[in-house]
Design a binder for this molecule. Structure first.
Ligand code: 2AM
Ligand code: CA
Ligand code: CA
Ligand code: CA
Length: 266
């Protein structure tokens, strides 16, 4: 049987060590490069942090595989066995511009089933953490099951990009949703926005394009708390390819899916 507790203990230890290194980097000059376009940033610290995890995991768990954003892990084409899905810094733009509002995100899957989710808000020293079937915690405090909300009394996590003209969704579909909600927020870190949904700071998070490392850990934490995680068509999330995502408490998920997203028929 897989020793999840052992994996969990190491993961937590490494996340704290990685976070100390990231904080040390605040006093040094960053090397910043761009990836797919001018606003898609990556720093030497994103890369060094991913490499740090890969070295540690390979040394203790040589048969585990690693899917990481910066590409230093394995060429993961299936979720067989144990797979760590890692975003070394989620919210790189915030990391560069603000030195806050970013997180380390690690989701650990066994044969495709989410087992351990860890999201660490480095600057606030807040570790959101779940082991499947054993509850979810913010540091040592148990997070209660998610409460149900109606859209009219809900705050939505939504990036303004998607309510402007874009090629992934007809933005007029989102206008009535935004109008009916109590308000919208955008924090610039998918992992943090998902745990804000988990803890009820916001009630839903929806976005049109994420990669698996953006939501792998968050998915495990949300599901542990009775929330719903799908894409914007209401389908199961694809852990190898990513796509649109929609996280919310059950009641709000139903309301938005039915009344605003036409049960995925758009
Ligand atoms: P990152 O900082 O790890 O790149 C910002 O709204 C959120 O979207 C962050 O979680 C960010 O993760 C993610 N993001 C940024 N660029 C992206 C891209 N090209 N594809 C998918 N997710 C992206
Ligand atoms: Ca990135
Ligand atoms: Ca990310
Ligand atoms: Ca990242």
């Amino acid at each position: 049987m897989t020793d999840l507790k052992k994996i969990d203990t190491y993961a937590k230890k490494w996340i704290k060590e990685a976070s100390d290194r990231i904080k040390d980097s605040f006093s040094k000059e960053l090397t910043i490069q761009t990836k797919s376009h001018a606003n898609d940033l990556v720093t030497d610290i994103d890369q060094a942090t991913e490499r740090f995890f890969i070295e540690k995991i390979n040394s203790v768990f040589p048969d585990h595989r690693i899917l990481g954003e910066e590409g230093f892990g394995d060429d993961v084409q299936s979720l067989e066995g144990i797979v760590w899905i890692i975003d070394p810094i989620d919210g790189t733009m915030n990391f560069v511009h603000q030195q806050r509002n970013f997180a380390i995100s690690i989701g650990i899957f066994e044969d495709g089933v989410g087992k351990i989710g860890l999201i660490y808000d480095v600057v606030h020293d807040e570790l959101y953490h779940a082991i499947s079937g054993e509850g979810a915690y913010l540091n040592d405090l148990k997070i209660p099951q998610m409460r149900k909300t109606k859209l009219a009394e809900s705050i939505l996590g939504l990036n303004a990009t998607w309510v402007t003209e874009n090629r992934r969704i007809d933005s007029s579909l989102l206008t009535p949703l935004v109008k009916k909600s109590r308000g919208t927020r955008s924090y610039g870190s998918a992992a943090l926005e998902i745990v804000y949904v988990a803890t009820g700071r916001i009630d839903a998070y929806l976005t049109l394009r994420l990669a698996p490392w953006d939501f792998a850990a968050g998915l495990i934490i949300i599901e542990e708390l009775g929330g719903r995680a799908t894409n914007l068509r209401g389908e199961k999330l694809n852990m190898l390819e990513g796509g649109s995502v929609f996280f919310a408490n059950e009641e709000l998920h139903d309301e938005i899916m039915k009344d605003y997203l036409h049960n995925g028929k758009w």
